[in-house]
Design a protein around this ligand. Structure first.
Ligand SMILES: C[S@@+](CC[C@H](N)C(=O)[O-])C[C@H]1O[C@@H](n2cnc3c(N)ncnc32)[C@H](O)[C@@H]1O
Length: 231
């Protein structure tokens, strides 16, 4: 898996992220302390009981690396019948989403400040998710960094094991060669059906995200892949 892959010489884990922030401001720290107990999930020792965490039975969609959480909040408002679990390592972004949840009275989102790969592996039950969104994951454009890219065959197998049959996986990127890599990895997997054959003709339910806007400003294209768990 991504975070267990080790480099030959150092045996250090290869991660999909580097922690971007320095210290949080006092205000950001206070917001996290006040709101994380309300919307955050502490993983504990085993599988998370999502029904208890959300306080209801509802299909759970995971958003990996939600950034500032703008798109996640929008999706949660558009789909009150679903529960959304957002996992992000960027604490400033986690704080921003927490404030938005409070301000807009959004109740169907829970948040984890954690490595999504580790959480998926250790704390999400098999077939526990109705869908997974991975929007504009860090592209790691240099060839020597490609091993840090989230979408790899091992990652896909892990994600597949956590999505219930018929559930969806939605990937999006503004990096053409990452899109090609995603398509190759997904097409080689027996765990997903792709009704579009290749890229999706439109972004479906995905709202415009902050990183999509940033990519478009730089003249990048955008590629979506929407596939469904077999079985
Ligand atoms: C390029 S940003 C995209 C943010 C957002 N999805 C958007 O489209 O605006 C990628 C995000 O993924 C987060 N990330 C990378 N690896 C992660 C991991 N293993 N677990 C959780 N978050 C991760 C990064 O911190 C970063 O905020």
């Amino acid at each position: 898996m991504n975070d267990e892959t080790t480099t030959r010489n150092t045996r250090r884990p290869v991660r999909s992220f580097v922690r971007r922030e320095g210290r949080l401001t006092a205000g950001q720290q206070r917001a996290l302390e006040r709101l994380y107990p309300r919307y955050g999930i502490e993983p504990g020792d085993g599988v998370i009981d999502l029904t208890t965490a959300f306080g209801r039975e509802a299909p759970v969609v995971l958003d990996i690396g939600f950034g500032d959480g703008e798109a996640l909040a929008e999706m949660a408002q558009a789909h009150p019948e679903r529960s959304y679990l957002g996992i992000e390592v960027y604490r400033t972004g986690v704080g921003r989403l927490l404030r938005r949840l409070e301000e807009d009275g959004i109740d169907n989102v829970r948040v984890m400040d954690a490595d999504a790969v580790a959480i998926l592996r250790q704390h999400i039950a098999p077939a526990g998710l109705a869908g997974v969104n991975l929007f504009f994951p860090d592209p790691w454009p240099k060839k020597r960094h490609h091993k840090r890219r989230m979408v790899q065959p091992e990652w896909l197998a892990l994600v597949a094991s956590r999505i219930r049959p018929g559930g969806f996986l939605h990937l999006a990127t503004d990096w053409e060669n990452y899109a090609e890599h995603m398509l190759e990895v997904v097409s080689a997997s027996p765990d997903f059906d792709n009704p579009n054959g290749g890229y999706a003709p439109d972004p479906g339910e995905r709202p415009v995200t902050k990183f999509e806007r940033r990519g478009r400003r730089k003249g990048h294209g955008v590629w979506d892949l929407i596939v469904y768990r077999t079985g």
